[in-house]
Ligand binder design. Structure first.
Ligand code: TXA
Ligand code: MG
Length: 346
């Protein structure tokens, strides 16, 4: 089916990109997998309605089969096709934030197969805003959707460039669409409408304040770490992790901890957000990287930097604990999970 290019003229995709999108849609229709850019992170997509293709995603990701996938749609109207009942407040959020970095957990319609939801009766659904993601969804046509987790191996760092996808998944994916660096760089905010009142299951690109303002009610952030009935893999205590051990340290402890690590002959990279680097002690085993002061730019760069530092020869990434402020929630959440498997109490 030819792509309606005029619908996307605003996005100014090149003819080369259109060719790749046409190839990608043919691959998806034939039951293959395509990695594609979104504004949050790259996704690994397959046809929602094709269980064999969905099975490929789980195998490539090495992800447990009972961890559900997000359904990506290309138009707001498609929400009613994939979802059984939509509370008014959920519809309100979709109108406010789609296309954009918000996933809604809602009661699924019969059209969403068990393999996508991990057997749960809810479905995670979102409309991404990246022009290539939207163009691919539109190329697939109406009543088509992409089931797509982040395009990384289970538990590892999410990809924010096509090169990151290639490094982790390489030739196992049928095609990788390159859309440059992801503008947000952290995964979407997940809001569940599974229970009476909406709850944030994963902080992300849309803040709790923005959701509260849109709904005009306070909203809870659910800590699902110890709740085995909620299978949100991004809420597992250990997730989004680099290979190099990563530890968080409060501002006042960061240099003493770096010196203690250096004494144990560990090549240590100290990563800060504040100006404490001004007090950096001299030690040949300690290097320093300053991240941006503001949480949004920090979040945008976080995975890309961790991917980069994982390629170097550091023995330890020592990260300054972010400020205890709601704007930093998504960054703090990812850092905590990235460091969990290396923490002393683990
Ligand atoms: O920004 C994003 O959300 C990216 C891009 C590609 O859209 N996707 C992403 O997918 O982060 P994934 O699979 O890596 O993380 C989605 C999270 C998982 O932790 C999954 O368990 C949870 O959403 N999830 C999906 N459906 C769910 C459901 N029905 N109930 C509870 N959690 C769900
Ligand atoms: Mg993921």
């Amino acid at each position: 089916m030819p792509i309606k290019q005029h619908a996307f003229s605003d996005f100014a995709l090149t003819s080369d990109q259109w060719d790749r999108i046409t190839s990608a849609s043919n691959i998806i229709r034939a039951g293959g997998t395509v990695a594609f850019p979104t504004e949050t992170v790259y996704g690994l997509g397959a046809d929602v309605t094709n269980p064999t293709a969905i099975d490929k995603i789980y195998r490539i990701k090495q992800r447990p089969l009972n961890h559900p996938l997000i359904v990506h749609i290309g138009a707001l109207d498609d929400l009613d096709y994939w979802v059984h009942t939509i509370p008014e407040s959920a519809r309100e959020l979709a109108h406010c934030f789609w296309p954009g970095p918000l996933t809604l957990i809602l009661q699924r319609s019969w059209r969403v197969p068990d393999c996508v939801t991990g057997g749960q009766n809810t479905v995670g659904i979102r409309m991404p805003s990246h022009p290539i993601a939207l163009a691919l969804l539109h190329a697939l046509g109406p009543q088509k959707a992409l089931a797509a987790p982040s395009a990384n191996r289970f538990g590892r760092l999410s990809p924010t460039t096509a090169a990151h996808v290639y490094q982790q998944l390489g030739s196992e994916v049928d095609l990788i669409l390159d859309g440059g660096s992801c503008a947000i760089g952290l995964e979407s905010t997940i809001v569940s409408f599974h229970e009476q009142s909406p709850k944030i299951l994963r902080p992300g690109g849309i803040s709790a304040e923005e959701i509260e303002t849109a709904l005009n009610i306070p909203i809870a952030l659910t800590h699902t770490d110890n709740n085995p009935t909620i299978r949100t893999s991004g809420s597992l205590p250990s997730h989004y992790a680099p290979v190099t051990p990563l530890k968080l340290a409060p501002t006042e402890h960061i240099w003493p901890q770096a010196l203690a690590a250096a004494e144990r002959q560990l090549r240590t990279l100290v990563i800060t957000w504040s100006d404490i680097a001004d007090n950096k002690p001299y030690n040949p085993l300690i290097a320093h990287h300053a991240m941006p002061h503001d949480p949004f730019t920090y979040g945008q760069q976080l995975y890309a930097k961790l991917h980069q530092f994982d390629q170097t020869t550091f023995d330890l990434l020592l990260i300054e604990t972010p400020p205890d402020h709601t704007d930093w929630l998504a960054v703090s959440d990812r850092l905590r999970r990235a460091g969990h498997r290396f923490s002393d109490n683990n």
